[in-house]
Design a protein around this ligand. Structure first.
Ligand SMILES: *[C@@H]1O[C@H](CO)[C@@H](O)[C@H](O)[C@H]1NC(C)=O
Ligand SMILES: *[C@@H]1O[C@H](CO)[C@@H](O)[C@H](O)[C@H]1NC(C)=O
Ligand SMILES: *[C@@H]1O[C@H](CO)[C@@H](O)[C@H](O)[C@H]1NC(C)=O
Ligand SMILES: *[C@@H]1O[C@H](CO)[C@@H](O)[C@H](O)[C@H]1NC(C)=O
Length: 162
């Protein structure tokens, strides 16, 4: 009897400890995404798009109720146009987005929407993973690549881009 009580206590405390640990670990997220160049003025990615290294991005979280900035973190894309921002804490009541800064050099700096969709940085929504993938953001070249009309044709968009 006494022994089984000890076993139960031990089991319950292991359970508590591991769930406390899980809660602690889960308060860190990784926000990941990519920045690309669109040489066709499509404002979406195509097979002529290419990654943009060295673009500064900022993760911004704003409190929904009083519109104050609660979290901000900068990063820069790597050689293959990817960035990864680690975030501490749960941001359930926040609206978090990634904003890409227009590159100040290179041939790809024409603006497109530079703000991501809303990123959910809480575990209370049931997502188990700690990685949050952001929709790709891009910039456009000033002139349109001559190969782009081949893609327009491939995609059957001839009516849209006359
Ligand atoms: C905004 O609201 C949050 C929680 O609702 C609070 O913690 C924070 O202090 C508020 N900030 C300002 C500037 O009022
Ligand atoms: C992030 O970069 C912006 C400019 O893009 C700057 O205003 C801000 O101070 C930077 N924030 C941090 C935390 O470095
Ligand atoms: C994002 O784009 C808007 C509209 O084109 C522009 O006003 C804003 O300065 C841009 N933000 C950054 C960080 O480049
Ligand atoms: C990116 O941010 C770094 C550090 O804040 C700054 O030195 C650099 O000029 C920025 N690059 C661009 C393209 O804005």
């Amino acid at each position: 009897m006494a022994r089984s009580f000890v076993v139960v206590v031990l089991f319950v405390s292991v359970l508590c400890f591991s769930s406390a640990l899980a809660r602690k670990i889960s308060k860190k997220f990784y926000v990941e995404g990519k920045i690309y160049c669109d040489p066709c003025h499509f404002t979406f990615e195509s097979r002529l798009s290419f990654p943009l290294p060295g673009v500064n991005v900022t993760l911004e979280c704003i409190n929904e109720y009083n519109n104050t900035m609660t979290y901000m973190k900068n990063s820069t894309t790597d050689a293959i146009g990817l960035y990864r921002i680690s975030v501490h804490g749960d941001h359930e009541d926040n609206i978090c987005v990634v904003v890409a800064n227009s590159p100040n050099e290179g041939r790809c700096k024409e603006a497109m929407p530079n703000k991501s969709d809303r990123i959910i940085l809480t575990n209370n929504m049931g997502a188990a993973s700690r990685a949050r993938y952001v929709n790709p953001l891009g910039f456009m070249t000033q002139t349109i690549d001559s190969e782009c009309n081949v893609i327009v044709h491939e995609l059957g968009l001839d009516n849209l881009f006359d």
